[in-house]
Design a protein around this ligand. Sequence first.
Ligand code: FAD
Ligand code: SF4
Length: 525
Amino acid sequence: MRTGGKLTTEAVSGRVDRLAVVLGDQLDARSPVLRGLDARRDAVLMMEVKQESTHVVSHRQRTALFLSAMRGFARSLQQREIRVRYVRMDDPANTQSFTGEVKRAIIEHEPKLVQIVRPGERRVLQEVQSWPKLFKTDVDVREDTHFLTDLAEFADWLAGRKRPIMDHFYRAQRRRLDVLLRAGKPIGGAWSFDAENRDTFREAPDPPAPSPFRPSHDTREVLDLVRRSFPSAPGNLESLPWPVTRRQALRALREFVDNRLPLFGRFQDAMWSGQPFLYHSLLSPALNLKLLGPREVVDAALGAYQTGKAPLNSVEGFVRQIIGWREFIRGVYWAEGPDYGERNALDQHGRLPQFYWSGETEMACMRDAIGQVLRYGYGHHIQRLMVTGNFALIAGVAPRAISDWYLGMYVDAVDWVTLPNTLGMVMHADGGIVGTKPYAASGRYINRMSNYCNGCRYDPAKRTGPDACPFTTFYWDFLERNKRRLVGNPRMAMALRNVDRLERAERQQIRRRAGQLRTEFEVEA
Ligand code: FAD
Ligand code: SF4
């Protein structure tokens, strides 16, 4: 369906008083910069710029998702009689950068004020902060009201603590937001039911497949545009299985709550070949584009608990991800300094193996997890943490190389959320701010939580030899290499004791095999 007027730069002409800049991940109808806009005197600026799809190698579905959702949002603004200067990617005059496009808009419309919500990436914030000097215009950066915790609140919580611990933050959030409490105590008698949430998928009923979205005219145009503009970018682009409008996002939320939330908890940590989504919500793209708000998502899950449609272990597990992890990760991103992205506490410098871009590897778990990313731009948390991330950690890949891969390849990736998860939680490169220990694991863990190893040429139980699982070899090698760095961490004590129990000869064999694998996978030249 085609709605509203044309999406072009010509939709706005002459002078404007206020120019409200809306970025691709700020599609919140209640955004502070949209408040009180005068239909005749003010205008919105939206920009499709190639810079954002090329500063890291980007999955074509990710680019298409952003552009398609932006076009849908621009049309929804036009329906509210808001004027939108919309810069299409294939507009010949497009400078393909935010600063270039803001400059063109300022020259044409001479706004008294440029307003923007704090971008979700420090790189873009720094660009915005250069505008007042560059353009001699007032630029008002508004705080992002989409989140449940504003940055000042997070700073207050952080003040006086030795280190931020997610579990403490989560309890404080439950109390502050009055979620799943009775008389000030957690419903069910515990703050977390994770112990009940570790079933393997073996006995589970097949999760209902998410229903597809019918592509609008805009989406079809965007798919063509992205195919033409990024012919060699990675990722499948036959269709776009992600919600791109608020209406579609609300449908996705309803479907999750009705069909998958009841078993979300039990199978949260499971991995299974041919089951890319399991019982996960698939809501991160809509949340991160701001088509959905965290409070409404939490309320929908709580509603399912109150009406007996979903059990407590599922609802608590889901709510923890939203009010706990998601808000915590964002708080850490902004609380840590601009050098956060360059940290490398474990001093790792390897290259990212080529198979991260193709999925072509004999490791069945990696083939499945990466293949899924190429197909959908999606992997669920345990695949990200314990397969693609774990491999990079224990093989010794440089944190920035793997962080950039995550940032470009996942449809829900925006720096505020991708970076602390990757560099912090997976790579332990922040020295233990996001995660209290490195989530290093051998092939045995993957074998326990999935069926991947059944179809693999490697043996998850073997540490050395030609059919030893690379995860298992790298795991032991990682512990040995990092013993001195990890020795003070009580959560690593048992793992380190196990390394010490190995015979010297076996340790040497592990080191040799790990070296061979690093050469074979081109982590090291
Ligand atoms: P569900 O499993 O259904 O979880 C529900 C929601 O909780 C998610 O939609 C998400 O909004 C939130 N959530 C859960 N865990 C986290 C977390 N650790 N941090 C922030 N939010 C969380 N999430 C992103 O949104 N964007 C990313 O770029 C991203 N990169 C990641 C990279 C790595 C290496 C790891 C380990 C995790 C990453 N995550 C990221 C967190 C998490 O894996 C995804 O949010 C989740 O897999 C998205 O799928 P879902 O919506 O089906 O999630
Ligand atoms: Fe992955 Fe190792 Fe299992 Fe193969 S044996 S699927 S490489 S964990």
